[in-house]
Write a protein that binds this ligand. Structure first.
Ligand SMILES: *[C@@H]1O[C@H](CO)[C@@H](O)[C@H](O)[C@H]1NC(C)=O
Ligand SMILES: *[C@@H]1O[C@H](CO)[C@@H](O)[C@H](O)[C@H]1NC(C)=O
Ligand SMILES: *[C@@H]1O[C@H](CO)[C@@H](O)[C@H](O)[C@H]1NC(C)=O
Ligand SMILES: *[C@@H]1O[C@H](CO)[C@@H](O)[C@H](O)[C@H]1NC(C)=O
Ligand SMILES: *[C@@H]1O[C@H](CO)[C@@H](O)[C@H](O)[C@H]1NC(C)=O
Ligand SMILES: *[C@@H]1O[C@H](CO)[C@@H](O)[C@H](O)[C@H]1NC(C)=O
Ligand SMILES: *[C@@H]1O[C@H](CO)[C@@H](O)[C@H](O)[C@H]1NC(C)=O
Ligand SMILES: *[C@@H]1O[C@H](CO)[C@@H](O)[C@H](O)[C@H]1NC(C)=O
Ligand SMILES: *[C@@H]1O[C@H](CO)[C@@H](O)[C@H](O)[C@H]1NC(C)=O
Ligand SMILES: *[C@@H]1O[C@H](CO)[C@@H](O)[C@H](O)[C@H]1NC(C)=O
Length: 588
């Protein structure tokens, strides 16, 4: 439906241009193409008018003939003894002459007298009653006793016109906001992004994280658009340790960022250099495409959250193990921290296992020690909670899921979103997006939840061809959060975040208590969002109000409840119960 809306907007634009061909002397060349040079000049002038309320401008002059003082010395003689309509027409003509004289006598008060002269030349070409007449004073509409004139006025002349006989108002011409740019303004105001980018008809795992909680009772059609800051993670670095990578794909084809394999590490910790390579496999793995898929979700052009972020892949042979993890972390300390001047690094942990509290404690203590050190240098760690459907921190059994359980690691659980909104019950499936996914780990230690089902497109190492598919698991949820972290970093280039400040920021912009099957106010009960909370309807039809329904206002005599319904009951309409006074009448 958004496409339909676009067609509508486009047609408005075309209409404006057509009008302008008469109004602004646009040069039309032999092919009837509008000369862009002259269009640019026009845009320049319009911008000047927009930015300077006192610029020369066309004004609308409202005349009410019943207000005309017929005893006024200036028109008494002419008007007597004629039919009302004739009188009126004659009066309007004389008024137009009066304004015309006022302008020509005062050309020196204009900021751009040449514009007035240009129109004066043009108006000589036609008579005033010719439908294509265009001059410095024009009659654009008449209905009964009311006539609307337009005239180009300098700031100084406005009051003179206002005081003329029969004139009841004189206002400057102003531009309407087109609907889409209005949305853009709303979004930028809310998110504080420097610039907005959008992907239409995109994956649910993307659209879900750039809008508030979807409620089909408040809006007509789910908005499949992904809204994100145009920077999109630029100059942030996402580091991935995973099975293998193949970055030779459309998804990673933008050239203004680095997407590269860095080093490979074999299972004994031997470093195999692979600099500047787009494809890297160190050894066989059961899920050889796993690394590429997760890289796509973090930073792919179509399927990723941060499509401008740099991506550094560290392939690891056979399996991630205690040695390979530390080897890679150590290498990054030497290599990336030096290279990256402002340290905008997101590190997505691609491993996880369950261990008892005191098992291998020296290893996990050392890992914690490394992470703490990185944390002081602006490196953010994101890890997935795991797919065991267990508690990350089980007090009874003393089991811990690492690395989620470690301090200063953002631990991400998964929710049950659909990957497709075309099925019969997609409304219900979308509503279920705010439940924990069956497989996801949960509990203390989890910091936030993100969509658990994902669409991807990669150049599959296993299948040796381009492949699209659906991925599920917290492994896909972690890169979504890593992507959001990267976009935040690039929106705040001067800020160095650490675990605490980043998690605080993430929680501030995400949805608290959104996960319906997790205890209210549990510290993990957050659903990831990138900062854009307004929920639009793809067909622009709204049943509710406020931020949950496109900032829609309630109709007559109803109030907008805290959860976005237009209601009339006394309780919901109390301000103290969250009644939203901007979108309805509170305290009815
Ligand atoms: C025009 O002026 C008359 C006299 O004041 C007034 O009654 C009438 O409502 C006005 N018409 C409009 C459309 O404002
Ligand atoms: C009559 O017109 C003259 C010149 O345009 C103007 O200065 C004067 O104020 C007008 N008189 C009335 C009563 O409107
Ligand atoms: C003003 O223009 C309308 C058409 O838009 C026309 O019907 C009316 O007669 C014109 N009035 C005068 C005074 O020219
Ligand atoms: C997406 O839709 C918006 C308006 O809704 C339009 O301006 C934009 O060009 C579209 N983008 C793409 C890539 O189709
Ligand atoms: C992120 O980490 C999870 C495990 O914590 C892993 O399954 C996934 O592959 C990683 N993704 C990326 C992009 O590194
Ligand atoms: C915690 O561990 C106990 C003992 O092994 C087990 O019975 C229980 O199901 C676990 N709880 C969770 C939430 O994983
Ligand atoms: C979504 O579902 C429709 C209808 O079942 C199907 O044609 C389409 O391929 C699906 N899209 C994806 C990405 O699975
Ligand atoms: C969706 O609904 C149509 C018609 O109502 C039906 O023919 C089709 O089998 C349904 N598809 C699914 C996947 O339930
Ligand atoms: C996940 O765990 C919960 C609670 O222990 C249980 O009710 C549910 O059936 C489990 N789901 C799966 C898919 O095993
Ligand atoms: C999740 O992915 C696994 C592995 O690809 C697959 O076996 C399973 O059927 C998927 N589950 C769902 C619910 O799609």
């Amino acid at each position: 439906m958004r496409k339909l809306i676009n067609v509508f907007l486009l047609s408005i634009i075309i209409t404006l241009f057509t009008n302008n061909i008469h109004a602004m002397n646009i040069n039309v060349n032999k092919n009837n193409k509008i000369e862009t040079e002259s269009l640019k000049n026009d845009v320049q002038k319009l911008k000047e008018i927009e930015n300077d309320p006192n610029a020369d401008n066309f004004y609308l002059i409202f005349v009410n003939y019943t207000l005309v003082d017929n005893d006024n010395e200036n028109n008494t003689e002419k008007i007597h003894n004629k039919r009302h309509e004739e009188n009126r027409e004659e009066f309007i003509n004389s008024l137009m002459d009066e304004i015309h004289d006022l302008i020509t006598d005062n050309i020196d008060t204009y900021k751009h007298p040449e514009d007035v002269e240009e129109i004066l030349d043009k108006e000589k070409l036609r008579k005033r009653d010719d439908q294509f007449y265009f001059g410095i004073v024009n009659n654009i509409s008449s209905l009964k006793d009311i006539t609307v004139l337009t005239a180009i006025l300098s700031e100084n002349l406005v009051d003179n016109v206002k005081n003329m006989n029969g004139v009841y108002d004189c206002i400057p011409n102003r531009a309407f906001d087109l609907h889409n740019s209005y949305h853009e303004q709303e979004i930028l105001e809310e998110t504080k992004w420097s610039k907005l980018a959008m992907k239409n008809n995109t994956d649910v795992h993307l659209s879900l994280i750039s809008q508030g909680i979807y409620n089909p009772k408040l809006i007509s059609k789910y908005d499949n658009t992904f809204y994100y800051p145009e920077q999109a993670g630029k100059n942030s670095k996402i580091v991935i340790i995973d099975s293998a990578f193949n970055f030779n794909h459309e998804e990673f084809s933008n050239t203004d960022r680095t997407v590269s394999c860095v080093i490979g590490v074999d299972h004994r910790g031997e470093i195999l250099t692979l600099y500047d390579s787009k494809e890297c496999i160190v050894g066989y793995s059961d899920s050889i495409d796993h690394g590429t898929v997760t890289a796509d979700l973090a930073g792919g052009l179509q399927h990723g959250v941060a499509p401008n972020a740099d991506i550094y892949g560290f392939p690891v042979a056979l399996e991630l193990n205690f040695i390979t993890v530390i080897t890679v972390l150590q290498f990054i300390a030497k290599y990336l921290l030096v290279m990256n001047d402002n340290n905008k690094i997101v590190f997505n942990f691609s491993f996880g296992s369950i261990y008892k509290k005191n098992e291998f404690s020296s290893y996990f203590e050392y890992l914690q020690y490394l992470i703490d050190n990185y944390n002081n240098h602006g490196v953010i760690f994101v890890a997935s909670a795991g797919n065991y459907n267990r508690s990350v921190y089980n007090v009874t059994s003393e089991e811990r899921i690492y690395p989620c359980y470690l301090d200063k690691v953002i631990c991400v659980g998964a929710t049950d979103n659909p990957y497709n909104t075309t099925s019969n019950n997609s409304e219900q499936l979308l509503v279920n997006s705010y439940r924990k996914a069956d497989f996801s780990d949960y509990g203390d230690g989890v910091d936030i939840y993100a969509p658990g089902y994902h669409n991807y497109a990669i150049n599959s190492i296993e299948k040796k061809k381009n492949t699209e598919g659906i991925f599920n698991g917290t492994s896909g949820s972690a890169p979504i959060v890593a992507g959001v972290v990267a976009t935040i970093m690039s929106e705040y280039p001067k800020t160095t975040f650490n675990y605490d400040s980043m998690l605080n920021y993430l929680k501030k912009i995400s949805f608290k208590n959104a996960i319906v099957d997790i205890e209210k106010d549990h510290p993990s009960n957050y659903f990831i969002n990138n900062g854009k909370h307004v929920v639009y309807s793809e067909d622009d039809i709204y049943y509710g109000c406020g931020i949950n329904a496109g900032y829609n206002k309630c109709g007559d005599k109803s109030c907008c409840s805290s959860d976005g319904y237009c209601v009339k009951d006394e309780n919901s309409c109390k301000i103290e119960n969250g009644c939203q006074s901007n979108y309805g009448i509170c305290n009815l």
